[in-house]
Design a protein around this ligand. Structure first.
Ligand SMILES: [Fe+2]
Length: 395
């Protein structure tokens, strides 16, 4: 088991209707809030109104910014930063999914520290600029998916360079997350379903990394995977079940909080392989993970068959005792699960061909290769050719 430092810094305020408390909560952190969110539509406009009304009642001024898009763009976030500074805001409220929350983190920390949001993103051998601090963030996730509502990570896209990458900073961990399951019950079914797959992908990234043994992390993760699968079935039958929405919200948060990797912080690079799909085709991140997970599990099953086999046995009902055989059954079982839940997605379903496989694999290597190598970190170093093979299996 590896050494680690870990704490959970975000206060969780859970319950139906708790969004109405945002004003009171915000008044403890600032006087003028920057409300970062998606473009309002008929369903979402009343949610934005609730936040604005609550802030006004608590005497907190607000600047509303509704331009954050899925796969948030650096130029949009820089525009938000300019507005945040011009208005003299001192607090960010992130109302939305992972894209809004990630974008809000860059707004809060870059406004405080200066420069462009893209300066702070990990890109190949470049040493990213370091923040000097951040304005406080309150997250109000409208979907259970990314875990961004309580962690330090944040992903950003650059439309000009067709790059998508990430950074992490403890400065950006939200102070409070308001978990109101009523917000999640308004989601289209396809977003709920894709989001469950994103949560699953987070849970298995550390589990399969195998850099060190941690039975605690294994059992935490297995419990969350089983809970996720149970509640995924339930929410498909009744999208308005708020208790189930609450369970999924917890899977989202703790599936990417670090607790799922205590004592074993390595990860497998499924997210790195998905990033060019979002960058080149503007594919929703969670949908991209549904594309990448089954072929990744199939292609790399022989790298650590003991770990693949353990997951297959403990969470997918495999009874085969030979590790090599059981490992290969993991992708079979996961594929069956995805198919049953309507989440078996191929690149060809989105009209994507092999045209850009080489370019996308080059992007992954360029942005994420270990220093001085042409490979990215995995259980074993992963080459450009192997990334292309994963894309081929995803066709
Ligand atoms: Fe993800």
């Amino acid at each position: 088991m590896q050494n680690f430092d870990w704490n959970f810094q975000t206060k969780l305020s859970y319950g139906p209707g708790r969004i109405a408390e945002v004003g009171k909560i915000a008044s403890g952190f600032g006087k003028k809030a920057f409300l970062a969110t998606y473009e309002a539509n008929a369903t979402f406009a009343p949610v934005i109104d609730k936040v604005v009304t609550s802030l006004a009642a608590a005497g907190v001024e607000v600047v509303v910014f509704t331009e954050i898009e899925p796969n948030p763009r650096a130029h949009t976030i820089d525009k938000a930063i300019e507005l945040f500074n011009a208005e003299g805001c001192d607090l960010v409220i992130a109302l939305g999914g992972g894209s809004v929350i990630d974008g809000s983190k860059y707004i809060a920390a870059t406004s405080f520290s200066g420069g462009s949001c893209w300066d702070y993103v990990v890109l190949g051998d470049r040493v990213p600029r370091e923040y000097t601090g951040a304005f406080p963030i309150i997250s109000i996730p409208t979907v259970a998916a990314s875990g961004s509502e309580c962690n330090a990570g944040g992903v950003l896209s650059n439309e000009e360079t067709k790059e998508k990458s990430f950074s992490r900073s403890e400065y950006r961990i939200p102070k409070v997350a308001i978990l109101d399951p009523e917000l999640h019950a308004t989601l289209p079914d396809f977003i709920t379903n894709e989001s469950c797959i994103d949560i699953f992908s987070h849970l298995i990234e550390h589990y399969l990394s195998s850099e060190a043994d941690s039975g605690f992390a294994d059992r935490q993760t297995e419990g969350m995977i089983l809970n996720l699968m149970d509640n995924f079935d339930k929410i498909q039958k009744n999208p308005n079940d708020l208790d189930v929405r609450g369970q999924l919200a917890l899977c989202s948060i703790f599936g990417w909080s670090g607790i799922q990797g205590l004592g074993r912080m390595g990860s497998i690079p499924m997210h790195s392989i998905e990033m060019p799909l979002s960058a080149h085709y503007d594919m929703r991140h969670a949908r991209g993970m549904a594309v990448v997970v089954p072929p990744y599990l199939e292609f790399f099953s022989d790298v650590r068959p003991d770990r693949w086999a353990q997951l297959a046995r403990r969470c997918f009902g495999v009874v085969e005792q030979d590790d090599n055989v059981a490992a290969k059954l993991l992708s079979v079982k996961v594929t069956e699960w995805f198919e049953r839940t309507g989440m078996l997605i191929k690149l060809s379903d989105d009209g994507i061909t092999a045209d850009k496989f080489e370019e996308m694999a080059d992007d992954v290597i360029r942005m994420f290769a270990m220093p001085g190598t042409n490979t990215i970190a995995g259980v074993k170093p992963i080459t450009k050719e192997e990334i292309i093979e994963v894309f081929k299996l995803a066709l």
